[in-house]
Design a protein around this ligand. Structure first.
Ligand code: 4GY
Length: 254
């Protein structure tokens, strides 16, 4: 996969390329990544990339010509790439979208700045708009980094077997189970006994149940929008019965 970022702040990227999973993926030649300066395609002595909005008003608009120039160059380099514009107006990015992007040959990420990008860029130059979430950044750069990282760790062979993307939260739509490491006692709190049992079947069952209950407590929406597996439904029913018993015992006592 080849990533090409178009930005007026390319200096934000080298340290990103040089750390963690992205660095590893570059070293393994699973991805290639570069940031191109939109300003290099701006004309005039001052290489201006923004201008005042037609119709007046506060703020500046990203000029279309430098962006178009940068995009032409990026597309020449990666002819099969899809082009994404990072903007709060896009579809909200998630793991499912990341899986789809991971199958592409190339991705060109346009980082908007100022108040926005000249509208005429959209039709001919942008395949789709993506948002990191419902808030306003000062530019798309952090969004581009997030997308590159999330997509990169889904490319086969980038993560090792043990920390494979398959066992992640969200890869199967539930939150991760609870995790513990040493010390065995921390500030008076212990670790669930089952984790010392050596019984792998029991441990797997406990992990499944803690994943499910955390998802219920912290992110009910994930369960509401999910096609529950029969095992998940059975576990929820079991808890429902047990909670029902506690409630009716209490009501009888009243
Ligand atoms: N949210 N998701 C976002 C953003 C900054 C004005 C267009 C977001 O992805 N990018 O807030 N970007 C804006 C600033 C121009 C981009």
């Amino acid at each position: 996969m080849q990533f090409s970022v178009l930005t007026i702040f390319p200096e934000m990227f080298p340290s990103f390329w040089e750390h963690g999973i992205v660095r590893r993926a570059i070293a393994q030649e699973k991805i290639q990544a570069s940031a191109r300066n939109i300003r290099d395609f701006a004309s005039g002595k001052h290489r201006v990339t923004d201008d005042r909005p037609y119709g007046g008003g506060a703020g500046m608009v990203m000029k279309p010509e430098p962006l178009a120039g940068a995009l032409r160059e990026a597309k020449r380099e990666i002819p099969f790439a899809e082009t994404i514009l990072l903007t709060p107006q896009g579809r909200i990015f998630n793991q499912k979208m990341a899986k789809q992007l991971a199958s592409l040959q190339g991705l060109i990420l346009i980082c908007g700045r100022y108040e926005g990008v000249d509208e005429r860029i959209f039709d001919d130059f942008v395949d789709f708009e993506v948002s990191l979430g419902d808030y306003v950044l000062t530019g798309g750069e952090l969004g581009a980094m997030a997308i590159i990282e999330v997509v990169t760790r889904l490319i086969p062979g980038v993560l090792g077997g043990v920390d494979s993307a398959e066992s992640d939260s969200f890869s199967d739509g539930l939150l991760e189970h609870a995790q513990y490491t040493r010390p065995r006692e921390f500030e008076g709190e212990g670790v669930p006994e089952v984790l010392f049992s050596g019984n792998h079947k029991e441990i797997a069952k406990w992990r499944f149940e803690t994943a499910l209950i955390r998802t219920f407590l912290k992110r009910k929406d994930l369960l509401e929008n999910r096609n529950l597996k029969s095992r998940e439904l059975d576990t929820l029913k079991k808890w429902h019965r047990e909670i029902g018993k506690i409630i009716s015992a209490q009501s009888r006592g009243l």
